[in-house]
Write a protein that binds this ligand. Structure first.
Ligand SMILES: [Fe+2]
Ligand SMILES: [Fe+2]
Length: 194
């Protein structure tokens, strides 16, 4: 792995530089879906990302509803905790498949892809750490919830902070990844990725 410059690390990054997203200008996002090489894999990739964004927002809203007193502790716990567990597992599973299967194939398409996909893999590690922190604070939150709404007030705040940070990191990562993956698919087709 490289020693990535600070500004490129996921928590500091606002966009991928053009040298890394070197196909971005050639394949602008509004034209992705109309391209002849846009196939099932590209569509599926974007669909997974949209689901991760949407489920993240649903969990964020449920947390806010609880903190603002719109749901009681028992109902919230029954609804929220299993869904959070599924969400974190879904996210880990998605990153695992990318690291193990798809990223190595993208690196093989063109040597210019290597650095960008190494950076995305580094993002996964940063997201993984944030995910462990979120799971930890969710555990404390769940224990306090068992004692009622008031007992869980403080741990709900702590949980929300860690979860918001995780989702902010994920949001940046998903968008940047799409700027490498989809133009890469359009340039090389989906065949070499299967
Ligand atoms: Fe990823
Ligand atoms: Fe992804």
């Amino acid at each position: 792995m490289h020693n990535f410059p600070e500004a490129l690390l996921l928590p500091n990054r606002l966009a991928l530089p053009a040298e890394i997203a070197y196909l971005r200008d050639k394949y602008p996002m509004p034209q992705w879906r109309a391209h002849a090489n846009y196939g099932e894999l590209a569509a599926f990739w974007l669909q997974i990302h949209d689901a991760l964004r949407e489920q993240g927002r649903v969990l964020q809203q449920a947390t806010l509803d609880f903190r603002e007193g719109r749901s009681d502790a028992t109902r919230f716990q029954r609804y929220f905790m299993p869904r959070l567990g599924q969400y974190l597992q879904h996210l880990e599973g998605h990153h695992h498949i990318e690291d193990a299967h798809y990223f190595p194939r993208f690196r093989g398409l063109d040597p210019r892809m290597v650095y960008g996909f190494d950076l995305l893999e580094n993002d996964h590690e940063i997201i993984h750490d944030a995910l462990l922190g979120t799971a930890d604070s969710a555990r404390t939150f769940r224990q306090d919830l068992a004692r009622g709404h008031n007992a869980a007030r403080h741990s709900a705040d702590t949980y929300a902070d860690t979860a918001d940070r995780l989702l902010a990191l994920l949001e940046q990562h998903l968008g940047d990844e799409e700027e490498l993956v989809i133009p890469g698919v359009l340039e090389h087709s989906e065949r070499p990725l299967r």
